[in-house]
Design a protein around this ligand. Structure first.
Ligand code: DC
Length: 231
């Protein structure tokens, strides 16, 4: 049987990680796990249960709820894609709002939340044949992954990409709101004490500023194919 690998793709918000990770997984016949969607799913849950808002975060209530919250990736019969599932509900379409984006990094700083997520991520990735993207996948979740990539681009360009995506989906939003959200999440994700966003020392850095998605995909696939042919 051909060896299967764990491939990690980390980086700041809106560097194209998830689109690229999805493409690489498809090319290799691997599963794609969007770890950001897991944090977003939990944030969505906490908003609905009034556990978190801009003015409060009731950590003790969340600790009591965590054992009964089930976050998984299941094939959605409507889209035919593996999608994040929260307690039996497909919620992909509800977790990309600015309300969730504004609170997710605050929730992701919390130790109990990170521990809960890493356990699920290990159970999803341990069978190998997985591409997982996020912030700490190459550093904390799978430090021994066979292939690690780290994507970056300027905050202006990332905000523009995200803004264009949201406008296409008819979301009423200003460029400045998106830009500020990106800056504030970068700050929270990079400066938190538990599993901060950083490039693993052995990750390949890809600056996507002047590259389109096809070029980023080619760089990653070339690297994987080259390493494979030399091993
Ligand atoms: O990838 P994303 O932008 O959908 O992720 C949303 C947030 O979730 C991100 O701002 C920080 C958090 N996150 C994290 O802390 N660790 C991960 N592995 C993935 C996401």
């Amino acid at each position: 049987m051909v060896d299967q690998f764990i491939i990690t793709i980390d980086g700041t918000s809106s560097t194209g990680k998830s689109t690229i990770a999805k493409r690489i997984a498809k090319k290799l016949g691997y599963i794609y796990i969007d770890s950001g969607a897991m944090y977003r799913a939990l944030t969505y849950y906490c908003i609905k249960k009034k556990i978190i808002s801009k003015s409060f975060f009731n950590k003790n209530v969340l600790i009591n709820h965590l054992p009964s919250i089930k976050i998984d990736f299941i094939k959605n019969p409507n889209s035919n894609n593996l999608e994040v599932n929260l307690n039996g509900e497909f919620i992909e379409s509800k977790i990309r709002t600015l309300e969730v984006s504004d609170l997710v990094s605050e929730l992701a700083k919390f130790d109990d939340v990170r521990k809960y997520m890493v356990e699920i991520q290990h159970s999803l990735g341990n069978k190998k044949g997985v591409v997982m993207d996020g912030r700490d996948i190459g550093t904390v979740v799978f430090p021994n992954a066979e292939y690690k990539f780290f994507l970056e681009a300027s905050s202006k360009l990332r905000a523009k990409r995200r803004y264009d995506e949201l406008v296409i989906k008819n979301k009423e939003i200003s460029f400045n709101e998106v830009f500020e959200n990106i800056i504030s999440r970068d700050k929270l994700d990079t400066n938190r004490s538990n599993s901060p966003l950083r490039k693993a020392s052995d990750a390949i850095l890809i600056d996507t500023e002047n590259l389109n998605l096809d070029q980023v995909e080619s760089k990653i696939m070339d690297y994987i194919n080259f390493s494979n042919s030399n091993s």
